[in-house]
Design a protein around this ligand. Sequence first.
Ligand SMILES: NC(=O)c1ccc[n+]([C@@H]2O[C@H](COP(=O)([O-])OP(=O)(O)OC[C@H]3O[C@@H](n4cnc5c(N)ncnc54)[C@H](OP(=O)(O)O)[C@@H]3O)[C@@H](O)[C@H]2O)c1
Length: 481
Amino acid sequence: MVSRVIPVDPFDLVIFGATGDLAKRKILPGLFRRFCDGQMPPDARIIGAARTEQDSVAWRAQVVEAIETFLPAAKRDPKGIAAFCDRLSYVAVDAMGDAGWTDLRAEMRDAVVQAFYFSVAPSLFGALAERLHHFNIARQDARIVVEKPFGRDLETARALNATLAAHFNETQIYRIDHYLGKETVQNLMAVRFGNTLFEPLWNSQYVDHVQITVAEEVGVAGRGAYYDKSGAMRDMVQNHLMQLLCLTAMEPPARFEPNAVRDEKLKVIRALDPVYPDHIVRGQYKAGAKPSYVEDVENPASRSESFIAMKLHIANWRWNGTPFYLRTGKRLKARKSEIVIHFKETPHSIFDADAGNRANVLSIRLQPDEGIDLRVTIKEPGPGGMRLIDVPLDMSFADALGPEVADVPDAYERLIMDVIRGNQTLFMRGDEVEAAWGWTDPIIAGWEARGDRPVPYDAGSTGPEEAAILMHRDNRRWREI
Ligand SMILES: NC(=O)c1ccc[n+]([C@@H]2O[C@H](COP(=O)([O-])OP(=O)(O)OC[C@H]3O[C@@H](n4cnc5c(N)ncnc54)[C@H](OP(=O)(O)O)[C@@H]3O)[C@@H](O)[C@H]2O)c1
């Protein structure tokens, strides 16, 4: 089966922060992959912009190096690299001053899609928006893409929304959360709303509980200064885990359209009950083979969490009585992200007690190997009587669809192409972001008021013992990391 590449309209994509880490690591290699897949029309152009004074030739050399560094050899077509570079130009621009803006204006064309990727510190978003307007560069239908973090609390998120709204309307603003660009996250919606099988069971009558895990093996070394000001709650829960929770728990939207989907996600956030302090476990990794968290962030007094586990309730008809357990952390045993729906056991077992009574489990794997797995109970083959075992009905993309389709585009590739298409479904709306901060802020304020300290956990473990106890109290256990 050959992947179907949907062409996009000609475009000028300006990447502010073109010399930065994100541009090199994700955005440019992603664009190169889309180019190699034939998704870029001949007159699509990418314009790099940053303060560094250099010409297009020098920037192209940086881009080639980035592609060679961040894309595996198998995904690089050397002939493609030269052709891709023909699409690239560079303009030195200072977001905080007047330098370079008229040059950028001269680079832009009429009658093609205009997109501006703000891959810079959020403190520059306002200045960029203001200058794009002041120098008459962005058209009425231009799109801007903004990166996380989108604020650090409700107040700053509101201020940021207001700053952008001064020059762009909501249909022009694409707040990126790359978790929403993952193939399996979209498959979650396909599984739920494209099949009759699951949706009738997708409620508290049949679902015992839901676990959402985003576990990382890496620590925070290298970005310690930023991370220590955020902690896992701000860095991961308020955005990525919240988005996964919303897609899992939301009502079916009337149509698969941006505002219909985002309206339903917003309702989930608004239905979240306040969280009891003893339903949250915060942790900090200790030194192991590698330095501890406080050494990584160079702050011996740090009270920020590198791990968090929590139990949430969604106060609506569908989910009343079904807890959602969220867990994320750094320097854990393995890198693993998944959403797991644990269905209830059968109301009555007709089999002997020693046959074992099991419950169905649907897991949606985001990484490392994207796929969907449904565990069903069958009789253990053989002459040993009626003994029950779980077997997977594994919808692995590679097996089911062939290697070409299984080689799914990176989340950034998909999301950038959605910007060019003008499709906001997988981007966060301003009110969603504010609602998520509105839920997060009181929890963080509670920690600060109580002087709460994270508990230590071993590097390479599954997190603090207290997180396991959170589950044991409910007679449940976390999935293996
Ligand atoms: N890196 C990641 O993996 C990652 C992941 C998620 C989100 N993000 C977010 O993405 C954004 C960029 O992150 P990053 O890691 O790429 O940061 P970075 O490596 O520090 O790059 C910052 C970029 O901004 C440019 N810049 C700084 N001041 C400027 C000014 N006054 N005018 C014009 N350009 C200016 C810098 O170029 P010059 O020095 O040449 O001006 C550089 O290209 C941030 O909002 C970050 O939170 C990053």
